[in-house]
Each structure stands twice: as C-alpha cells, then as structure tokens.
Design a protein around this ligand. Structure first.
Ligand code: SAM
Length: 314
C-alpha cells in the first residue's frame, strides 16, 4: 500500500482545525486505519509529541506503521479494539492524553478488497474488521434467529423490508447456507421484486450495512469506547469524532449531551440516571459535514458528520 492509493481521509482540514494539535502533545487516533489523518497530525507533534494509533484490522496496523514510523515524534501503533482504549493506552504507561480522534466505520482499502466481503463484488461473505475474529458474516447468518435479524436490519440500517429479507434468509439457509456476497445480494434483490436499485442505490446496501454493524458489534464498541476515552482525556483535552450512519450519530450525540450536562433520560424518570454533568464545552455547534468539492472527489464523505468537545478544567 503506498501513500497514493491508501484511504483518502475525510474532513481532513476540519479535523486538523478542531483538534488543534501542538508540539509535545499526546494524541490518540482510535481508528488509525491507513494513517491518513495521523500523517498530518504527526507533522504537528514535533520531537516531543506522541501519536498512539489503534486499529482492529491487522493490515491497517501494518500500513499505518509503514506510513508513520519515520516521524520524529514517538509513534505507537497498536492492534486492538478501541473498546479497550484505556487498557491499550495505559499499557504504554501513559495516564492521560491531550486529544482523541475517532473516524469510525470501514476504510476504502477494506471496501476495495473483494475478499474482505464488505462490497458487492462476488466473494466469500466475510465482513470481519479484524482478521483474528473467528466469526464471519456467513457464520452469523447461519444461526441468527429471524426475529433478531429483522431487528438488526431495521434498527441498524432502517431497512423497510426487514421482515421479508429476514424471512427469506432464514428459509434459504434451510436448503443451503449463504456463503457469498453475491448470493446475499441476489436474495435481497429478489425481496425487492427483482429490483436491484432504488433512487440510484443498490437495494442490498442497507442489508450489507446492518449485517456488518451487527457482526463487528460496531455500536456497542463505540458506546463503551467513548466512555473510556473520556477518562483518558486530560482537562482541556479535545475529543473529536467522525460518524457515518444514524446509529453512530445517535451514540455520539447522546454522549456529548451528557457531557454538556443535558439529561437524556426518558421523560417521566423520577431521577436522572444517565450521569449527565457539565464536564465539557462544544468545539462546534451542531455538526460539520463535507463541502461539495470533497463529496464530489470522495463519495464516502457524503454521510460523514464531525463533532467535537473540549473537556473543561475542574
Ligand atoms: C474510516 S477508517 C479510518 C481511516 C483513517 N482515519 C485514515 O485516515 O486512514 C476506520 C478504521 O477504523 C477501524 N475500526 C473500526 N472499528 C474499530 C474498533 N472497534 N477498534 C479499532 N479499530 C476500529 C477500521 O478497521 C478502519 O481501519
């Protein structure tokens, strides 16, 4: 993987502005991927700074190291799940950090390698973000109940035909297991009466997204990780996120609300149980999204939403 064909970082300038990295700081890139954001971050850290890059994808870790290790700052690239961000950082004997970045989801190289099973190119139905996980999407579809599958399709990807797709998957596997991306895609197209596209989007897109999120436990990991990241952040430190779909946006928004001291408990609760406390201030009101020039050059950036908060001194 070279600098030219690796992942194109989303909202790069906006991220750099919001993180506002300075020489000597310690920055965690919780989704280092192919090092796109971290490459620019490292340039700003000088000799005394530290960049800690985390990714659960072995190939990404290898590539990030190749791209970043020559910078004069301390560079630590760790293979692991950001759900364990605190242990990973403390394992380096670092107690607190200045900045933390999340750029969630999958990277272009992951999508572009058919054998990873994330795309529509016919290949084994894998979809594992970490090659060391044992269960693939094909394994998941072999045992998940119809009810759970319908819920996953509905909740993770707003799939309107969740019930009929779940029913079709479960009845199909009684005959033979679904082993490839092509088989899954064709099955979803049949649930849409043979329609492969709607509003210019492949009708199997939502099903693929939902199964990927469920298999990799993406929402659970993000929720746990943000709480742990907050404990790592020193007063005055900044936490910046880029999220790509409604499930992620909701988790980040709720996390930020609680840190701003705004209760997110359901109405009618006798007492606040969400732990809302004023611990942060907004770095940006609402969200920052990609400009038309970026979305034209990098379609992945279309759904990106960036948010950021600063931990206040207490
Ligand atoms: C959008 S890419 C990041 C790209 C990176 N910012 C860059 O510019 O090259 C998201 C990365 O997050 C990683 N990832 C997703 N969930 C993760 C998790 N729970 N723990 C660690 N890494 C994760 C993926 O493997 C992927 O490499």
């Amino acid at each position: 993987m070279t600098l030219n064909n690796r992942h194109q970082p989303v909202l790069l300038q906006e991220i750099l502005n919001l993180l506002d990295c300075a020489p000597g700081e310690c920055v965690v890139d919780a989704t280092v991927g192919y090092g796109g954001h971290s490459f620019e971050i490292c340039k700003r850290l000088g000799e005394k700074g530290t960049l800690i890059g985390i990714d659960r994808d072995e190939e990404a870790v290898e590539c990030a190291w190749t791209v970043l290790h020559t910078f004069p700052c301390r560079v630590e690239i760790l293979h692991g799940n950001f759900a364990r961000i605190d242990e990973l950082v403390w394992g380096l004997e670092i107690e607190q950090v200045d900045k933390i970045l999340y750029d969630t989801g999958v990277s272009s190289p992951q999508l572009d390698q058919p054998e990873r099973g994330f795309s529509f190119v016919d290949a084994p139905l894998d979809m594992r973000m970490s090659q060391s996980d044992s269960e693939t999407a094909a394994d998941l579809l072999a045992y998940i109940s119809e009810q759970d599958l319908a819920r996953v399709l509905r909740e993770y990807a707003d799939e309107r035909r969740s019930r009929s797709i779940a029913r079709a998957i479960v009845s199909r596997r009684l005959g033979s297991p679904i082993r490839t991306t092509g088989e899954l895609r064709a099955l979803v197209h049949r649930c849409y009466g043979g329609m492969s596209h709607q509003h210019g989007i492949d009708t199997a897109t939502r099903t693929f997204l939902a199964i990927r999120i469920a298999l990799n436990r993406e929402l659970e990991n993000l929720k746990v990780s943000l709480e742990k990241a907050w404990k790592l952040l020193r007063p005055g430190g900044r936490l910046v996120t880029i999220s790509f779909h409604s499930g992620e946006h909701r988790i980040v928004k709720e996390f930020i609300q609680r840190r701003l001291g705004r209760c997110i408990c359901p109405p009618g609760m006798p007492k606040c149980g969400c732990g809302a406390r004023i611990e942060a201030e907004l770095l940006v009101h609402g969200t920052i999204t990609a400009r038309p020039l970026e979305t034209a050059n990098n379609p992945r950036s279309r759904s990106a939403q960036m948010r950021g908060i600063r931990r206040i001194e207490q």
